[in-house]
Ligand binder design. Structure first.
Ligand code: IPM
Ligand code: MN
Length: 352
């Protein structure tokens, strides 16, 4: 029997409650499809930081590299200054594990409410491929004469040909495999960011020559936001840089039903990948057993897909679809008609 070792980082706030249900459903899928999942939990996050002063040590990062996948809950603690845990855990892992792709499906399931008028599951089904190790997130820049009237703050966007190209290649391959509209949209800002997106645009059309079967499309990020609301059906796969990807995927999450369901994968195709709900740690709902675990369960489905357990991944997604279509009352915390753990039980019971 195949057995996979998975690191679990429940993290902060409602992270542990969500992850618990995700693990429950993954175990049900493993049992059903005849493979093993061996989960090892690590307590990295805000509470541990407040107790020990350690955000994440070098040894801990190295240890995580031994796993094919990490299942993450949420990072962010109300008593810790914003940035410390996000940069010290989430972004550090994305960078050090070289998870250069952040894959974020925007898919409206039947029965889920979208704020977009007259749009349904037929219209809202695309995937954002976000570059995940460069751009404005690279940490290049600095601050001079801080706190004085003469202060200067510089934050640069780093775009390497290698980093851009591997991201584009992944997006083209993904679009081909997805085999839907076979259209890849580069989301940029070539009219203003004439250095960064000059590189992106040239690389896009150059790499694109290797993919004659894929239609190449381009949109400025502001226009892409508009079209995501007005005509989301025009998109198949969108590829973009780290910052724009961050922004447009929150918009994507809300049109697919919100943070209760949106999940993403931080992928290193040759190393350790990490799967997470897109939403935060929701401190105000912590410990109440009312948070929606579907986003974690969807992240779990992406994890199984990544491991190559495609049937199991599809079964988990099917369970989520069944829950969404008629069972759950709302995707919002406290309004689901189920507690967090009841919803996990329900989804796990639907794996067949
Ligand atoms: C996300 C989050 C993170 C990001 C934050 C928490 C650092 O917003 O995963 O989209 O900006 O990438
Ligand atoms: Mn974000």
């Amino acid at each position: 029997m195949k057995n996979y070792r998975i690191a679990v980082l429940p993290g902060d706030g409602t992270g542990p409650e969500m992850v618990r249900e995700g693990v429950k459903v993954l175990q049900a899928a493993a049992q059903k499809f005849g493979f093993g999942l061996d989960f090892t939990e690590y307590n990295y996050g805000g509470d541990r930081y407040l107790e020990s002063g350690i955000v994440l040590s070098e040894e801990e990062v190295q240890e995580l590299k031994k796993y094919p996948a990490i299942f993450l809950g949420a990072i962010g603690h109300p008593q810790v200054k914003p940035g410390i845990l996000e940069k010290g855990i989430l972004l550090r892992l994305r960078f050090e594990l070289d998870q250069y792709i952040n894959l974020r499906p925007v898919k409206l399931y039947p029965g889920v409410e979208t704020p977009l008028k007259d749009k349904g599951p037929e219209e809202i089904d695309f995937v954002v491929v976000r570059e995940n190790t460069e751009g404005l997130y690279a940490g290049s820049g600095g601050i001079l004469r801080r706190g004085t009237p003469h202060e200067v703050a510089v934050q640069e966007s780093i775009n390497t040909r290698m980093g851009v190209e591997r991201c584009l290649r992944f997006a083209f391959e993904y679009c081909r495999k997805r085999n839907m509209k076979k259209k890849l949209t580069l989301c940029g800002k070539t009219n203003v960011l004439t250095y960064a997106f000059d590189l992106w645009e040239r690389a896009f059309y150059e790499v694109g020559e290797e993919y004659p079967d894929i239609e190449k499309d381009y949109g400025h990020v502001d226009a892409v936001c508009m079209w995501m609301v007005k005509n989301p059906e025009q998109f198949d796969v969108i590829v973009t840089d780290n910052m724009f990807g961050d922004i447009i995927t929150d918009l994507g999450a809300i049109i697919q039903g919100g943070m209760g369901i949106a999940a993403g994968a931080n992928i290193n195709p040759e190393g350790t990948s990490m799967f997470e709900p897109i939403g935060g740690s929701s401190p105000k709902y912590t410990g109440l057993n009312i948070i929606n675990p579907l986003a974690s369960i969807c992240a779990g489905s992406m994890l199984l897909e990544h491991l190559g357990e495609k049937e199991a991944a599809a079964a988990v997604e099917k369970a989520v679809i069944t829950v969404c279509d008629g069972k759950i009352k709302s995707l919002s915390a406290g309004k689901m008609g189920y507690s967090t753990s009841e919803l996990g039980d329900l989804a796990a019971g639907l794996i067949n």
